[in-house]
Design a protein around this ligand. Structure first.
Ligand SMILES: NC(=O)c1ccc[n+]([C@@H]2O[C@H](COP(=O)([O-])OP(=O)(O)OC[C@H]3O[C@@H](n4cnc5c(N)ncnc54)[C@H](O)[C@@H]3O)[C@@H](O)[C@H]2O)c1
Length: 270
């Protein structure tokens, strides 16, 4: 059911690769709620993914941008304002990649060039999006910017590797930039810390299946899926959450505040 929460709003959605992507679901939901959007992803992902299918369904243009390139981001933001007819009301940063995770390099044998790439793609890109928008004055008053995070920013999940550091930095950037952008233009900046979700990025993490089921058994409401996440992001883009900023919001069925559950105890009892 649609509530027209984003009627007349303009936004950019980064990171839709295929129909499992969280960004894919957010794009569909945002359009269902009345928004006009531009889709963006890295040039290589555009070649490999199915984004054109989504673009068709959402009546959206696709503009390639490597989120680590300020030049690409400048072009993307300028072109999006032109296409959509004005400054943007919301942005979703749904971008993550670690070469160390991809190559299954153990955390205790981290390759530092890879580590820098992880940080650049998964965290600094959030700062770059915000700073580029700031310089181009590309966001409207009360605009809402959301980045996707994971609880490994606060607690150790060994298979998550150097993505844990990237997420800690991502959340910190939301607080720091949220302060400046709030002061300047009432722009909100938050991160959503999502349950493990069956996507390309998610299933690349070592032991993903195990902790997906563990989180499901721990969380009183069960894991939050990609569609639930999309609904929450849309709420954050809407005018109903205007005073929420600089937060890391757990969207995880209660996992983050649960010490242990009966289902988990039963699984380990001798
Ligand atoms: N899947 C999970 O379990 C889970 C849980 C919590 C948070 N998240 C976060 O959600 C976000 C989306 O991931 P997903 O699970 O939907 O997986 P996904 O693989 O569908 O999305 C990741 C996206 O990042 C894009 N990307 C990678 N490098 C890029 C670059 N240089 N420039 C622009 N885009 C680039 C990819 O092309 C891809 O579309 C990520 O930040 C991820 O860390 C995922």
């Amino acid at each position: 059911m649609a509530y027209h929460l984003l009627k007349g709003k303009r936004g950019i959605i980064f990171g839709a690769l295929d129909e499992k992507s969280i960004a894919w679901k957010v794009a569909e939901k945002a359009v269902e709620e009345g928004a006009s959007i531009v889709l963006s992803n890295a040039p290589i992902a555009l070649r490999m993914g199915k984004i054109n299918e989504l673009a068709k369904a959402c009546n959206a243009e696709v503009i390639p941008a490597d989120a680590t390139s300020v030049e690409d981001l400048e072009k993307l933001l300028s072109k999006s304002m032109e296409l959509l007819g004005g400054p943007l009301d919301f942005v979703l940063h749904s971008i993550g990649m670690s070469p160390n995770v991809r190559k299954k390099i153990p955390y205790t044998d981290t390759n530092y060039d890879n580590f820098q790439k992880t940080i650049d793609v998964s965290a600094l890109s959030f700062h770059k999006v915000l700073q580029t928008a700031w310089k181009l004055d590309a966001l409207s008053e009360w605009a809402s910017v959301v980045g996707l995070s994971y609880i490994a920013a606060q607690r150790t999940f060994p298979g998550y590797n150097d993505m844990a550091e990237a997420k800690a930095l991502l959340e910190s950037i939301a607080r720091s930039f949220g302060f400046h952008y709030g002061n300047r233009k009432k722009v909100r900046v938050n991160t959503v810390s999502q349950s493990p979700t069956l996507t390309t990025a998610g299933s690349g993490v070592e032991g993903f299946n195990g902790f997906y089921h563990y989180a499901e058994k721990m969380s009183p409401l069960g894991n939050a899926g990609a569609e639930d996440c999309a609904a929450f992001c849309v709420a954050l883009f809407s005018d109903l959450t205007r005073k929420v900023t600089m937060q890391n919001l757990f969207h995880d069925g209660g996992f983050s505040n649960t010490g242990v559950s009966q289902a988990v105890i039963e699984g380990v009892e001798a």
